[in-house]
Write a protein that binds this ligand. Structure first.
Ligand code: TXA
Ligand code: MG
Length: 351
């Protein structure tokens, strides 16, 4: 199949709407990452999403809407917590887990009685959803297990030849997938951290908690089925560097030299100061800067591009600088720990 990559002109959006109505798949930008969309009420179209991505069938899809009325097409009930969160954060990088409407095929929700509903803050996405006239089921537009795409080119890397159309809306703003909040529990529960932080949610919904399955504790199963899979993973093994010295160029130089002594090509994803400190030690190709020190917004935006970048290099061992585990840092650390399979170096005083 030939995949067209089109800028978001009126005619491209109209084409996307027609394809979706006919049961075809369309990849499209959102403010978080690119999505791979199908008509949510068309079980056969949604089955194609699973085939194209190689996605396990128990991993439910999020339904994307473009106005408040569409929320009622997707969900059977919008409770008070959900209504408050919608008023405060939608459209925006937030997915609400709600009781599913009967019309939503259970194949789309992985058999769950609930459904994830998200109103993206991206004009192209919203125009496309309105052109289709139905909620659009869409996971991130990567092959299962790979980092989510944040540009049309990254989307094409994974999906060219497999779908008819990619709408190109440039680089996404946030760079990490939406925050998922389960509104069916007594206390709103964060199933996946994202740019709408726990602190922001608590201000609107009162107390919120994290799903225990998000921790590194193996005794708990994550409630968002997708969170249990290895994810976001580059081809070379990744280790996250955290702790007091993780912002020190001198620490990084010593760490990298020690690892290089084993004969491996070490790739480094870190802030621009660390990268500058490593220029004499590591070849330019094996360095990727993800922003100025402490700039979490830029780290989030560049993380997946960085992880994918190293797949094109000779790196056989990757180090990524972590962040404090709060605010947007909680989302960055969640993705880094998944990508690393939990491998962490704590940079204390000594090594
Ligand atoms: O930012 C985003 O959310 C992007 C863009 C495209 O909107 N989408 C996205 O979809 O990240 P996906 O499929 O890659 O991740 C959806 C996650 C999975 O971990 C899935 O298990 C979880 O949401 N999920 C979906 N429906 C759920 C439900 N009813 N209950 C619990 N978790 C659910
Ligand atoms: Mg995904």
């Amino acid at each position: 199949m030939q995949t067209k990559i089109l800028g978001a002109t009126d005619s491209a959006i109209a084409d996307a709407g027609e394809l979706l109505k006919r049961g075809e798949l369309v990849a499209f930008p959102t403010e978080t990452v690119y999505g791979l969309g199908a008509n949510a009420f068309d079980a056969a179209a949604c089955a194609k999403i699973y085939r194209v991505k190689g996605r396990p069938s128990d991993n439910p899809l999020i339904l994307h809407i473009a106005n408040r009325a569409m929320a009622d097409m997707a969900a059977a009930e919008i409770n008070e917590t959900a209504a408050k969160l919608i008023a405060a954060f939608c459209p925006g990088p937030l997915t609400l887990v709600l009781p599913k409407a009967r019309a939503v095929p259970s194949a789309v929700t992985g058999g769950l009685p609930t459904v994830g509903v998200r109103w993206p803050a991206n004009e192209i996405a919203c125009r496309m959803i309105l052109a289709a006239g139905v909620p659009i089921a869409a996971p991130s537009a990567n092959l299962s297990g790979r980092p989510s795409p944040t540009t049309a080119a990254m989307t094409a890397e994974d999906l060219a030849g497999k779908i008819p159309l990619i709408l190109d809306g440039g680089a996404t703003v946030v760079g990490l997938e939406s925050t998922i909040v389960d509104c069916t529990t007594k206390m709103a529960t964060i199933l996946r951290p994202g740019a709408i932080t726990a602190e922001m949610l608590a201000k609107v919904a009162g107390d919120v908690c994290y799903d225990p399955g998000l921790g590194q504790d193996d005794d708990f199963a994550p409630k968002a089925p997708g969170m249990k899979y290895r994810h976001y993973a580059p081809k070379a093994p990744l280790t996250v560097v955290v702790g007091g010295q993780s912002g020190s160029g001198e620490f990084w130089r010593r760490l990298v030299q020690k690892l290089q002594a084993t004969g491996q090509y070490i790739g480094v994803l870190a802030d621009s100061t660390i990268i500058a400190a490593l220029r004499q030690t590591v070849s330019e190709k094996l360095l990727f800067a993800y922003g100025e020190p402490g700039d979490l917004t830029s780290m989030a935006a560049k993380l997946y591009e960085g992880l994918r970048y190293f797949d094109t290099t000779a790196a056989d061992f990757l180090l990524a600088q972590g962040t404090a585990n709060a605010g947007l840092g909680a989302a960055i650390m969640n993705r880094l720990l998944k990508a690393s399979g939990g491998r962490v170096i704590t940079a204390g005083g000594d090594m």
